[in-house]
Design a protein. Sequence first.
Length: 264
Amino acid sequence: MPTLELETIRCELDGHLARLRLNRPEALNAANWEWVKDLVTATEYLTQSVETRVVIVSGEGRSFCSGLDLKELSRGNLTREWFATWEKGVSGLADLDAITIAAIHGYCLGGGLQVVLACDMRIATNDAILSIPAVREGLVAALGPMRLARLIGTGPAKQLCLLGHRFTGEEGLVLGIVNEVCPPEDLEKRVLAMAGELLAIPFTALKHTKRQIDRSFDQDFATLMAEMIDAEEDCLHSPEHKAVMAAYLADLARRGKSEGEEQV
């Protein structure tokens, strides 16, 4: 299994599934300079992995990610260039064709929640602690507020970003930030189950559907319409679509059914 082993991040490829593991457990996976550079490297690596269709993003040790490394921040080591590199890595994760699933446990604070918001799907343990407290540190949470507003609306996003309050995985489910909540001991099983379900769906259709949703806030209707037609043509010619249709026709023939009888 190909593995990209960096100082603070580990990326493992296994067929169509990849695991991106934040691997700085001694600091609760807090993001320092090496961390953000590693995230850029890891997302570029995944972008070039044409076989990868689903990526599980998780944190090693007791937490997903406790946010920016406050020791580095307090020493003035997190500069303008650091924040630009940070967003390059987070945007690289968001821009992957592969469907990304965040597996959230322990602390998921600040930059950790920003990484989660860049993922497509999110499963959290019921005892996870999340927040986006950048304003309390005198900072802007990079593009986290934008991603959060797009996900849950401006009103709830302002409440979370302007007050910086912490909330649980269960509360995240109610807010619409988290797709599913489970006990800590079930997190790996639930994440792998979701990954398996996604891997069983034609990937060409998945990646175009993801892209249409992501671009729905950025493009006018005419542009989205033109892109949709191109996407449909790509899907129609994809081997996955042809395999699904061939299986459908073979099943009809096997059971002696007409198309109308099996339409729904």
